[in-house]
Design a protein around this ligand. Structure first.
Ligand code: COA
Length: 274
């Protein structure tokens, strides 16, 4: 599919998807939702993609839903409104969340409303300190709809979710890190470089181990203790098959031979630590 609203780039196994509507501050139009659905499908099965980074072109990460092309233009077209709403909810709320490869939101600027679900749907998030976040819906007499309220419930402390959801006040990247909405905030000038350090570290690890780590965490959130333990045992068997037992033979085996210390470094690579 030829994309008009996205740019896709792959460097050393890291695919960067860039929202490319800078003149509209990368607001999510119906076309962007269609293209994100297709792009995520493409990179999901792309053997050259080990990690996905999502960011925005220009001064904005994403200004949320396109208020004109979605809410205004589709006002008299309820079927189309529902169709686009479903697509928009699926790729952020489901596809990204359960994506089989690690995902990082690289928040370079404005991040409003519906964009919160992109950040929350990604496994990790790194923001520019200068970025501006906001649950602006209440400012236009709306509320965090679609998957956004669930994103807030998933990730934020109740006081923060209601503070920002009710007041609609903007906050910067540093605050986003302090309240745990992103992992860390760095100066905009080093955002790309710092994000790539993390992406390369992920890309150097066993993709099957990363997938199991994601699945075990995300699905456990929704399971009883018994089901979660059973799932983890089943996942371990799956991992053994997928990796041809690499975690026991090479990972644990080389530790037992004294070749490396997994507490301090990665098999065949290194951990940055913190
Ligand atoms: N939907 C549709 N269009 C949007 C948009 C959105 N969410 N956000 C920005 N745009 C458009 C503007 O209408 C404008 O279009 P135009 O040039 O054709 O008039 C263009 O992007 C630039 O916006 P502008 O407001 O001039 O830029 P700015 O840099 O001064 O301000 C924002 C940027 C993001 C702070 C401001 O546009 C804004 O508040 N947008 C709404 C954000 C929002 O509430 N999003 C939540 C949606 S769920």
């Amino acid at each position: 599919m030829a994309f008009k609203t996205l740019l896709l780039d792959n460097q050393d196994g890291i695919t960067t998807i860039t929202f490319n509507r800078p003149a509209k501050r990368n607001a999510m139009s119906p076309r962007l939702h269609l293209e994100m659905t297709a792009a995520l499908d493409e990179v999901r099965y792309d053997t050259n993609t080990r990690v996905v980074v999502i960011t925005g072109a220009g001064e904005s990460f994403c200004a949320g839903m396109d208020l004109k092309e979605y809410f205004a233009d589709l006002k008299e077209k309820p079927e189309e409104f529902a169709r686009v709403g479903r697509l928009a909810t699926e790729w952020r709320g489901r596809t990204l969340r359960y994506f089989p490869k690690p995902t990082i939101a690289m928040v370079n600027g404005y991040c409003f409303g519906g964009a919160f679900s992109i950040v929350e749907g990604c496994d990790l998030a790194i923001a520019a300190e200068e970025a501006t976040f906001g649950l602006s819906e209440v400012n236009f007499k709306g509320f965090p709809g679609g998957p956004v309220s669930k994103s807030l419930a998933n990730l934020l402390r109740p006081r923060d979710a209601l503070w920002y959801g009710l007041l609609g006040r903007p906050f910067n990247g540093k605050t986003a890190a302090e309240i745990g909405f992103v992992n860390l905030a760095v100066p905009l000038a080093t955002l790309h470089e710092e994000t790539m350090v993390v992406a390369r570290e992920l890309a150097s690890k066993d993709p099957n181990a990363l997938r199991a780590a994601k699945d075990a965490y995300r699905f456990s959130l929704e399971m009883s203790w018994e089901a979660s333990i059973d799932y983890a045992f089943a996942k371990e068997q799956e991992l053994i098959v997928r990796q041809k037992d690499a975690f026991r033979n090479e990972g644990i085996g080389d530790f037992l031979k004294g070749k490396y210390k997994p507490g301090l470094e990665s098999h065949g690579g290194s951990n940055q630590g913190a």
